[in-house]
Design a protein around this ligand. Structure first.
Ligand code: SF4
Length: 255
């Protein structure tokens, strides 16, 4: 019998639903995946925007995001981090260009001078229907009625619907909406997926039915994880996406 994780995050629930074996590798065996070009790009852009939104509204300009990026690049020793990547998909200049494109595309999605965020990288640690949950919300703000809008920056491509849709990403934000409800008694009205690379804002309104479905998914997945840990039986979900899975070299489905 394997020990169940102390808490689940919205993304770990998605991982289990994608592939139970992948969940076991990451959350039970704790095999840490090394950073990639894409994860570094996402982390760097998130870091810059987090600091950029701490500036006064009037000061949020393209010039100031560039200055913030330059400062974070040095403070975070990003040049060394990108150079250490096992698979480099380009030069340092190309990395900076992609990151800066994502940052400046923000102006095509929203007016940063008029966007007042209430929280960024906000930690939530609470119970949803008895399931211990922990995670960090990229950012949230209030709408005109004082309800929460949760948004998530995406620096990767918009999912190809042939393989994956936005549904899974919305599930994760719905899970955060439930966590806000449980931790702070706050109601969420809207979810936003901000695809910076494509200057696209995908939005979804939150309804009681969608929340009920997400609640059901959380409870159902927790039960499945408990059962898998008790029996030490984690299924492999072998699909075309396995080609992008870090664990493929030792995954039983590919031996
Ligand atoms: S290679 Fe495929 S089946 Fe194996 S853990 Fe990864 S996603 Fe799951």
């Amino acid at each position: 019998m394997l020990e169940t994780p102390e808490y689940l995050s919205p993304s770990s629930i998605s991982t289990y639903r994608d592939c139970p074996m992948k969940f076991k590798f990451s959350r039970i065996d704790r095999i840490v995946e090394p950073p990639t070009w894409q994860t570094h790009l996402g982390t760097f852009v998130h870091e810059v925007l987090e600091h950029f939104y701490q500036l006064d509204g009037d000061a949020r300009t393209v010039e100031s995001v560039k200055a913030t990026a330059t400062e974070r690049w040095t403070v975070g020793e990003w040049e060394a981090k990108v150079n250490e990547l096992e698979k480099k998909l380009g030069t340092i200049t190309e990395f900076k260009k992609s990151a800066f494109e994502c940052m400046t595309n923000l102006w095509k999605i929203e007016d940063p001078q008029q966007t007042e965020l209430i929280g960024m990288e906000y930690e939530l640690f609470t119970d949803v229907e008895g399931v211990r949950m922990k995670g960090f919300v990229d950012r949230f703000l209030f709408d005109d009625d004082g309800k929460i809008i949760i948004s998530d920056y995406k620096t990767g491509a918009i999912p190809n619907p042939r393989f994956k849709s936005d549904d899974d990403k919305y599930f994760q934000l719905l899970a955060y909406a439930l966590m806000f409800e449980s931790a702070d008694q706050e109601e969420t009205s809207k979810l936003q997926l901000l695809y910076l690379k494509h200057s696209a804002n995908h939005e979804m309104s939150v309804t009681p039915v969608k929340l009920a479905i997400a609640r059901g998914v959380i409870v159902e997945t927790k039960e499945a994880i408990d059962q898998a840990c008790a029996t030490e039986n984690f299924a492999c979900n072998k699909t075309k996406l396995c080609d992008w899975c870090f664990h493929k070299p030792y995954c039983p489905a590919h031996q």
